[in-house]
Design a protein around this ligand. Structure first.
Ligand code: GLP
Length: 262
């Protein structure tokens, strides 16, 4: 696992945008796995600037989002469909038919069928080249809450009270807040060629430490990334503040940077 500790959230966004733009410039038909939440917003802003500067195009890029709420329509501003349009898709040249989010709204199909169809669509696109992840303060990735099976696939999950509380800040008082979501599973995430997990802020420090240095456990779904062959954690100082081995990670980074220069 590569663990990169950077000064602040701005540097986290810059480096992650760089990784994504390098991939797209090498492979214009790249398949990206995308995340919602407040953490990747700064990354999406960087990608939009690269597009506006003319150094990056999403014309042939395909995207699959991790998750979507159940119980609100894709047109609801609180939906992840609306989030992605607002924070990224409406400001870049991605073709609408190339961006995918899971949804349970398909008439006549059970949620199991919808989940299986989402997995199939990812496979038919050639699989995910690079998956972007955030992390919940309880260690969830996507909406794979603690106790999620490590071999899970796209399906409906019930949110924990902790996640509902964390996300409550985004809902008005009295507004309906979903308790269920359709999410890619842990095995779906592990299938991607490359993963970058972004975490910023002290409220993520415990989950980040459990994911990187804790035991592999369904109680910290992000710890499943220990099984992935190409995963990079891009952290700010606050999110990295509970890592015991932080001297080592910084040392590796310095060595890698000096190798890149030569
Ligand atoms: C939600 C999303 C996750 C995201 C997490 C953290 O629950 N389903 O994909 O990583 O929130 O969000 P934030 O970045 O706002 O802390």
């Amino acid at each position: 696992m590569e663990v990169i500790i950077l000064e602040d959230s701005h540097a986290v966004a810059t480096l992650s945008a760089q990784r994504i733009s390098d991939l797209i410039n090498k492979k214009p038909t790249a398949v990206l796995g995308l995340a919602t939440g407040s953490t990747p917003i700064a990354l999406y802003q960087k990608l939009i600037s690269l597009y506006q500067q003319g150094t990056l195009s999403f014309r042939h890029v395909v995207t699959f989002n991790l998750d979507e709420y159940i119980g609100i329509s894709p047109n609801n501003p609180q939906s992840y469909h609306a989030f992605m349009k607002r924070e990224l898709f409406d400001s870049i040249d991605i073709q609408p038919h190339n961006s995918h989010l899971p949804t349970c709204e398909r008439a006549g199909e059970t949620s199991c069928q919808v989940g299986a169809a989402y997995e199939q669509a990812i496979a038919e696109a050639g699989g995910i080249d690079l998956q972007v992840l955030g992390i919940g303060s309880n260690g969830h990735i996507g909406f794979n809450e603690p106790s999620s099976s490590l071999v899970s696939r796209t399906r409906v999950k019930t949110l924990t009270q902790a996640t509902v509380n964390d996300n409550n800040r985004l809902f008005e008082e009295g507004e309906f807040q979903p308790r269920l979501a359709m999410t890619m599973g842990i095995a779906s995430i592990l299938d991607s060629q490359q993963v970058i997990l972004l975490a910023t802020g002290a409220q993520k420090a415990r989950a980040v430490c459990n994911a990187i240095e804790g035991p592999l456990s369904a109680m910290c779904p992000a710890s499943a990334l220990q099984l992935h062959k190409q995963v990079t954690f891009i952290l700010d100082e606050a999110a990295a503040s509970k890592l015991e081995n932080h001297h080592y990670y910084r040392w590796v980074r310095r060595i890698n940077e000096s190798l890149e220069k030569n």
